[in-house]
Design a protein around this ligand. Structure first.
Ligand code: NAD
Length: 459
């Protein structure tokens, strides 16, 4: 018997086959509608993000809503260019021929999103999927309840359910959706669940983007300007209460400046969130009691340099700095994903390279140094998703930079044109006339080989 999820897919298959999405104007209008509907619901979106994560209006606008507007703007501006058939130079052996590449939508796509930037991480991939002409089933997170509700309201209000459909639920629902044969799966979440998704996708060989997490190192050498360095690290770490996939997970600082850096970081935490972050309208909350309990457990046996207070009832966790002497403690095992920043001091930079290798393929890598070419060499040497010299997190802002992980931190890239590319199969074909047929490629070759090599310039 067909289950509920199967019927949802069947409806989307029918919609895709109808061919309406072949029309670029249809896709454009869908994006215009989406923008209009988001604008109409902006206050409710902000309110939902506040209830779910204690996000301030400013943070919600900058990191969620504006982000999405920008992605829509880019897609609308470039859609004709992106979807245009591209001509490429043909190869000599095929002479005469015309060679082309066309962007073909995959078809029916499944999106599974997390709770930490629940609006942006649900809508951004969807924009690219629509721009490329796909249908979308979105399964948002069961933790960011209010945002998931508003996502459903917005998308169901403007789109035919065969085109875009929101399905609410937790792992069970996600799992039963993954039992179906999709044409593309876009998953954002943890490494653990990413592996489950990849396994399920493998049964149908479904192409998949996995946007995962990881432990992102942030290296600080002795040459830095203390104030700006501290401010940029603290901002990147404690924005969204540390629940950011590309937040610095831990700091590795030159021993000579460690004390000064810690002092400056404490000062900067106070500048950003005041002496009592609980009262600051700019400081967020932990998504759930379960997640807060986990963070609390990470503090056991650790040396707290600053912060460490929390309140289960209010889902509040203070910005916290720790000193670590080695990498064997529990907090250094997995991504922290909360407002706790362990700080390790190194004596010899060789040690830094070894640590980075230990946490291979992080989603992000940061280095603070006045020696820019040294910083560049360092970033070139190591493998990671994306990163920055002398800043944290902000590489995500530039839509011209493809965003994504490598190895353990995921596969695939998106943002701006990369999202359109993600949801498109670039289909090549050639077109040849029938009035001429140069016999070079046909056997027997004996008499042609010499000439062939000459023509193809192979000595
Ligand atoms: P999660 O993996 O627990 O959940 C993500 C989504 O998967 C949710 O919708 C959830 O319902 C679903 N899910 C959970 N268990 C499942 C299962 N067994 N089978 C199928 N689906 C299942 O992640 P989370 O806690 O929501 O988000 C935090 C994680 O996401 C962190 O690891 C973070 O680094 C990562 N993340 C990555 C990016 C990125 O762009 N790379 C962005 C944000 C968050």
């Amino acid at each position: 018997m067909k289950n509920k999820q199967y019927k949802i897919l069947e409806l989307q298959q029918k919609f895709f086959k109808s061919g309406v999405l072949d029309k670029i104007e249809y896709r454009k209008n869908a994006l215009i509608e989406l923008k209009r509907e988001i604008k109409k619901n902006e206050i409710d979106i902000q309110q939902a993000l506040y209830i779910d994560l204690g996000k301030s209006e400013g943070e919600s606008f900058l990191t969620e809503i504006h982000f999405v507007y920008n992605e829509i703007k880019i897609a609308l501006k470039n859609l004709h260019k992106w979807t245009k058939r591209k001509s490429v130079r043909s190869s000599l052996l095929n002479f005469p021929s015309s060679d082309y590449i066309i962007a073909q939508p995959y078809g029916n796509t499944l999106h599974i999103s997390p709770w930490n930037y629940p609006f942006q991480l649900s809508i951004s991939p969807l924009i690219g999927a629509i721009a490329a002409g796909n249908t979308v089933v979105l399964k948002p997170s069961e933790f960011s309840i209010e945002t998931s509700k508003i996502l459903e309201k917005i998308l169901h209000n403007i789109f035919d359910k065969g085109f875009v459909r929101v399905v609410q639920g937790g792992p069970d629902v996600a799992s039963s959706l993954l039992n179906l044969k999709w044409d593309y799966i876009f998953f954002t979440g943890s490494v653990k669940v990413g592996k489950i998704v990849a396994k399920k996708a493998a049964q149908f060989l479904t192409p998949t983007t996995l946007e995962l997490g990881g432990k992102n190192p942030c290296v600080v050498d002795e040459s830095v300007s203390m104030k700006t360095t501290a401010k940029r690290i603290v901002w990147g770490k404690f924005i969204n209460c540390g629940q950011t996939c590309i937040a610095p997970d831990f700091v590795i600082v030159n021993k000579k400046i460690k004390e000064d850096l810690v002092k400056e970081m404490i000062l900067q935490i106070k500048n950003l969130f005041g002496n009592e972050p609980k009262k600051s309208s700019s400081y967020g909350r932990i998504i759930s009691e379960k997640h807060l309990n986990h963070l609390e457990s990470l503090l056991i046996n650790e040396k707290i340099l600053y912060g460490g207070k929390f309140s289960l009832k209010e889902k509040f966790f203070e910005p916290t700095l720790l000193e670590i002497k080695n990498f064997s403690s529990k907090i250094m095992e997995d991504e922290i994903f909360g407002p706790i920043l362990p700080i390790y001091s190194y004596e010899d930079f060789k040690e830094v390279d070894e640590i980075i290798e230990k946490y291979k393929n992080p989603l992000a890598l940061y280095i603070f140094t006045k020696k820019i070419s040294f910083g560049e060499k360092f970033l070139h040497k190591h493998s990671f998703g994306g990163g920055a010299i002398n800043d944290t997190v902000v590489h995500i802002i530039n839509d011209k930079l493809p965003f994504g992980g490598i190895g353990n931190s995921g596969m695939g890239k998106y943002h701006g044109e990369s999202t359109f590319n993600t949801f498109s199969h670039f289909k090549p074909y050639i077109s040849r006339p029938l009035w001429i047929d140069i016999p070079l490629r046909y056997p027997p070759f004996e008499k042609k080989l010499k000439f062939l090599k000459k023509v193809l310039k192979i000595t």
